[in-house]
Design a protein around this ligand. Structure first.
Ligand code: S3P
Length: 431
């Protein structure tokens, strides 16, 4: 395993145009190409472990993938082929859950597996609604845990009211609905990230969401149009450097060509409410609004976040670093979903902040952080990429050693190159 050591840094001014491409959109580009007939052309695909695993699965399902370095071409017949082997999603919950929806309605036998972390994450949240419309899915503990085994076939249409605010569940069901026997509806309590709806609509699918957050999906009459897309930078990855600029006095970062989809940039708004200077500069609108985000340091104040949690769920670990350095108390609530991410992020954030000398109270659905002085410490990533990167960013303020950092390759392979522009960072074998 590799540990990383980052040194306290001085002020920095940085423009970054190589933030990792968006992970959610990259997964979807690879998967949705299977629903098209012809060649999808994808620029700026995220070449990280999670999304390359998805691309490999797409190949095993019959797509011809040509990597031209600048673009990836994914050529499909509009039909999904039964694979010769098990399908390995690695660390990715998005990969596994979306494939459940896609493959439940495809003829054939499919086995989805993943790494030791993914095999412990809950899957009944997609298996149960899919079973209720006729899907044949099984797995350990009655389908709660992977490896999952799917026998694809015909599915009934549905009217589903979601109880968990999750874009992964919504997307799995939308994918199933595209090949169900009639028109289906999916109702959300709060709008979760909507890349699936935007992209499928752009490919010609009949999908509409009304003001009551009911999405209506008509079954496909023919294969979709192939995708032609340049994937924007990932706001969840960009956010680590936004926090860096917010906490290091007199610093400023320009994060170029990020998706400004409102369901993805809420953490930047929270950082602004805490006192950082944050500006969005929209430059384009192709499937998604795209532009630059400028963040400058300032005194930070504590804040309470408890609504629209799905809009900032992936950024809460990094936001907790800003909260630890803010004046006064900060509270995160209604965020129980954090417990079933790549790690139990309530426990891992609380454990690591305490190691850094911060006073934190743990709740079932969040935590309360009393801002103070962060101290240099030796912490673990717990195998979770966002925990690893959050505490390395904290290290810019006080120095930090983070163990088990290979997981960063699941989403942000050039993270060390970028943090290395701000401060001396060393990655070495653990003793
Ligand atoms: C994702 C949705 C979110 C998010 C994950 C990516 C997606 O998960 O945490 O990193 O691409 O749909 P949930 O929808 O389960 O909350």
């Amino acid at each position: 395993m590799k540990k990383a050591v980052v040194k306290k840094c001085d002020r920095f001014l940085l423009e970054i145009d190589s933030i990792a491409p968006d992970k959610s959109i990259s997964h979807r580009c690879a998967m949705f190409s299977l629903l098209a007939k012809g060649k999808s052309v994808v620029k700026n695909f995220l070449r990280a472990e999670d999304t390359l695993n998805t691309l490999n699965i797409v190949k095993s399902l019959g797509a011809k993938v040509t990597d031209n370095t600048e673009t990836i071409e994914i050529e499909c017949s509009g039909e999904i082929k039964e694979p010769f082997d098990v399908l390995d999603c690695g660390n990715s919950g998005t990969g596994m859950r979306l494939f459940c929806g896609l493959l439940s309605s495809s003829d054939g036998h499919f086995v989805l597996t993943g790494d030791k972390y993914l095999r412990k994450r809950p899957m009944k949240r997609v298996a149960e609604p899919l079973r209720s419309i006729g899907a044949k899915i099984d797995g350990r503990e009655e389908g709660e845990y992977a490896p999952l085994c799917i026998r694809g076939g015909r599915l009934k249409s549905f009217d589903y009211k979601s109880t968990i605010a999750s874009a992964q569940i919504k997307s799995a069901l939308i994918l199933a609905a595209l090949r169900a026997e009639g028109v289906s509806t999916y109702k959300e309590k709060e709008l979760t990230r909507d890349h699936t709806e935007r992209m499928l609509k752009g490919m010609g699918a009949d999908i509409k969401t009304d003001e009551n957050l009911i999405t209506t999906i008509s079954p496909l009459k023919e294969p979709l149009k192939p995708l032609e897309i340049t994937i924007p930078a990932d706001p969840s990855s960009a956010f680590f450097f936004a926090v860096a600029a917010a906490i290091v006095p007199d610093s400023k970062v320009v994060l170029k060509n990020v998706t400004l989809n409102p369901t993805r940039v809420e953490a930047f708004n929270v950082l602004k409410q805490m006192g950082a200077k944050v500006e969005f500069v929209q430059k384009a609108d192709i499937y998604e609004p795209i532009g630059d985000i400028v963040v400058e340091s300032s005194e930070l104040n504590g804040i309470e976040v408890g609504s629209n949690i799905s809009w900032l769920i992936d950024e809460l670990p990094a936001l907790s670093i800003a909260m630890a350095l803010a004046k006064g108390k900060s509270v995160v609530k209604n965020a129980k979903e954090l417990r079933v991410k790549e790690s139990d992020r309530i426990k891992t954030v609380v454990t690591n902040l305490r190691k850094c000398g911060i006073d934190v109270k743990e709740f079932e659905d969040g935590y309360e952080i009393t801002g103070g002085e962060l101290k240099s410490a030796k912490v673990s990533s717990f195998g979770d990429h966002r925990i690893a990167m959050s505490f390395l960013i904290a290290g810019l303020k006080c120095g930090m050693e983070v163990e088990d950092t290979e997981c960063i390759n699941t989403s942000f392979p050039n993270f060390f190159e970028l943090i290395g522009k701000i401060s001396q960072t060393e990655v070495k074998d653990e003793d």
